[in-house]
Structures are given as structure tokens and as C-alpha cells.
Design a protein around this ligand. Structure first.
Ligand SMILES: *Cc1c(COP(=O)(O)O)cnc(C)c1O
Length: 397
């Protein structure tokens, strides 16, 4: 496809074609340029490239690489941003987006329900370097209003939180942030690029762990920062290319191929998640079934307006606490016990003892991470098989 930015193309078409660069061989599948360096015809050419390099010329893979550039252009086209920078992991993207734009004395407001490593950056790393961080209940607009100040530089949130699936009112928070000129940075993993409306709703910088749905098959770590050309190339890129957070060309190739099938995969996974959530609602052994599009979700209307489907994750709270949760996990036959999400394989996680183990008990309570909570990431197996597996394991719990 010649015009990778064509607004008239649908995301499914862009996910297959956008950003493709072909070598002189005219290969169909994207070439993997496993090279860290590039050759210059002359000393003058080397000098010129270091003086000013375009996106068509490369210097060193930490700065840029043709395979990585294809992935960046493709996901930027999908997300609807001007540009993107691919990173070694989702955390390199979160850290890169925040640290590259902040300095000592700046103020950040963030939703409190965060992935553990995101919390580490906001709660420990940034304050250590003199950045003031205010954590708020992300679902409480008054809390955002009270915390955002005239000197707030950035607002950060997970659009759908991990693992309790709280939903942020993106447009309302973005409006509050923009009123003081703050940059809105959204970790959009649970919404997935397929269901994302982040840019339309006012987000300035969208961050993904591509380890999740973009790869979707549990192979590679990766991340990406999507935003304006100015933010990506003048703010994020200089920080990341000089501090080592760039994506490897091999991983970029895996992610490119992942994007081709992401729409189909994520829609099928989201359909399964929704069917499972409905099948489990009201089950006697469950205190709660959490899924953004279930009527019982406190923000179901908001979730429906922000995401065409509720995502690929369902959280269950077993009334019998940790013992019941462990009996449930150990009785699963198809769903594996692990801690990734967005994978083709369905995965069950016990956040209280794994991903969120180190969180103090009072914070676990505040975030709803109860001893009985299980996070289920639905994969690509047959939906009826999965529902039967979960129901059988609940019997055993
Ligand atoms: C997994 C995840 C990350 C971190 O991504 P990695 O690729 O593991 O570094 C950040 N935020 C959210 C919401 C995640 O789910």
C-alpha cells in the first residue's frame, strides 16, 4: 500500500499493509533486517547521515532499523497517530514516555490502579528524581479535578486497569488535563489497539506493551509509544535511543506479523471473554464477575462508549478466598497458570500472590485485589471448551 497514512483505510487493512517497505527483491512478507549497523558509500555520506538522517536512512539499530520502522509506521497508522517509537518492552515504553518528558520539579497525576511495574515508576523512580506524583482513584472525576494543578505536566492512566478492569473516562480526564496544558499518556494494553479510541477521546501519547495482544502468541517482549511526530521524534526518541530502550529488529518482525492477525484474534478472544462472563454471572461460588461490558460493571455504559468490545480479560472473585482460588487454578485443564495476557493460550493468574504479591495489604484492598481474585485472559481455544473448563474448575473449588 503506497499511502500508509490513508485515513480512508480501515484498521484491518492498515494492520496488514501499512508501513511496508520492500527491498529491491520485492519480497511479499516483510524482510527481517537483522543488522545493527549500516554501510556508507563514502566518508562524506557517513558525515552527512550523522548530520541529518531521515527515516529512509539508518545509522545504528538502537537509533532505527528498517524492520523496526515498518512496525512503527504500521502501528501508528492503526492507532491514528503521526508517529510511533518501538521499545524493548512495554515497560521501556511506559518509562520512556514519562521520563523523556519530565524533569525535577514537575508534577504528574496518575490513576492509582496500575500494573505493578508502572506503579514502581510512578511511586518510586519519578519521586527519586524530584518529580512530584499524585495518585488518585482513576474512576473518580472529582479526584482528578482536585489533583490536576496549573503546573501539572502529565497525566497517566491505564484506560482499563489491571487486574480489576476499572475504566477511566478518557475524554473527561483528557479535558481536565488539557485545560492546564498537561500531556495525557495512556497505557492502553487492556483496550488493545483493535478496540482503542484513545486518540479520538483526547489522549496525546498512547503506550502499549506489544508483548500482549500485538504479538499475541507469547513469543517476544515489546512495546511502543504512539504520538505526534514532535513527541515521538523530539522527546521520546532521543531519550530511548541513547538509553538503550529500542526494540530489536527480530522482535519488530514478530510484532509486524502479529499485527496482521491481531484484529481477528482479539475480536475472537473478546467474544469468548464476553460469553464466559455471561455464563459465570451469578455463579454461587463467585462473589464478583468483572468484565467491562457486563451490566453489573459499575462503568458498563462508559466502557461500551469507549470500546466496541469489553476486551479479552475477565476477573473472577471466588467467595472462598485464596484456598478456593488455588483449588480453582489447580483444577483447570485447558487454561494454564501463568501471568501473561492477550495470548492465544488462555491464562489464569492469581494477582494477590503473583503479579501484585509485593503490594502492601492495604493497597491490595484499595485496588480490589482480594485473596479470591483470579484474572482470566481468554485465548483462541474453542469458547465452549473454555467455559466448560472454567465451570468444572469452579465445581472443584
Ligand atoms: C504487561 C503490561 C505492561 C508491561 O509490559 P512488558 O512488555 O511486560 O514490559 C505495562 N502495562 C500494562 C497494563 C501491562 O499489562
Amino acid at each position: 500500500m503506497k499511502d500508509t497514512r490513508s485515513k480512508s483505510r480501515s484498521p484491518r487493512t492498515l494492520a496488514v499493509h501499512a508501513g511496508t517497505r520492500r527491498s529491491q527483491y520485492g519480497e511479499v512478507s516483510e524482510a527481517m533486517f537483522l543488522t545493527q549497523g549500516f554501510v556508507y558509500d563514502t566518508a562524506e555520506a557517513a558525515e552527512a547521515r550523522f548530520l541529518e538522517s531521515t527515516r529512509e536512512e539508518f545509522i545504528y539499530a538502537r537509533y532505527g532499523n528498517p524492520t523496526v520502522a515498518m512496525f512503527e509506521d504500521r502501528i501508528a497508522a492503526l492507532e491514528g497517530t503521526e508517529d510511533a517509537f518501538a521499545t524493548a518492552s512495554g515497560m521501556a515504553a511506559v518509562n520512556g514516555a514519562l521520563v523523556s518528558m519530565l524533569k525535577a520539579g514537575d508534577h504528574v497525576v496518575a490513576g492509582r490502579a496500575l500494573f505493578g511495574s508502572c506503579l514502581y515508576i510512578l511511586d518510586e523512580v519519578l519521586p527519586r528524581y524530584g518529580v512530584e506524583v499524585t495518585l488518585v482513584d482513576g474512576t473518580d472525576l472529582d479526584a482528578w479535578k482536585a489533583a490536576i494543578r496549573a503546573d501539572t505536566k502529565a497525566v497517566f492512566f491505564e484506560s482499563v486497569s489491571n487486574p480489576t478492569l476499572e475504566v477511566i473516562d478518557i475524554a473527561a480526564v483528557a479535558k481536565l488535563a488539557h485545560a492546564v496544558g498537561a500531556t495525557v499518556i495512556c497505557d492502553n494494553v487492556f483496550a488493545t489497539p483493535t478496540f482503542s479510541r484513545a486518540v479520538e477521546l483526547g489522549v496525546d501519547v498512547v503506550v502499549y506493551s506489544t508483548t500482549k495482544h500485538v504479538d499475541g502468541q507469547g513469543r517476544c517482549l515489546g512495546g511502543v509509544i504512539c504520538g505526534t511526530k514532535d513527541f515521538v521524534r523530539k522527546v521520546a526518541e532521543p531519550y530511548l535511543k541513547h538509553t538503550g530502550g529500542s526494540m530489536s529488529p527480530f522482535n519488530a518482525w514478530v510484532m509486524l506479523k502479529g499485527l496482521e492477525t491481531m484484529d481477528l484474534r482479539v475480536r475472537a478472544q473478546a467474544d469468548t471473554a464476553e460469553r464466559l462472563a455471561h455464563a459465570l454471572a451469578g455463579h454461587g461460588k463467585l462473589a464478583r464477575v468483572i468484565h467491562p461490558h457486563l451490566d453489573s460493571h459499575p462503568q458498563a455504559a462508559l466502557a461500551r462508549s469507549q470500546m466496541a468490545k469489553g476486551g479479552t480479560v475477565v476477573a473472577l472473585d471466588l467467595a472462598g478466598g485464596k484456598d478456593a482460588a488455588f483449588r480453582f487454578l489447580n483444577a483447570l485443564e485447558i487454561v494454564i497458570i501463568s501471568n501473561n495476557l492477550g495470548d492465544a493460550k488462555s491464562i489464569a493468574t492469581h494477582p494477590a500472590t503473583t503479579t501484585h504479591q509485593r503490594l502492601p495489604d492495604d493497597q491490595k484492598v484499595a485496588l480490589g485485589i482480594t485473596p479470591g481474585l483470579i484474572r482470566l485472559s481468554l485465548g483462541l481455544e474453542d469458547t465452549d471448551d473454555l467455559i466448560a473448563d472454567v465451570l468444572d474448575a469452579l465445581d472443584a473449588a
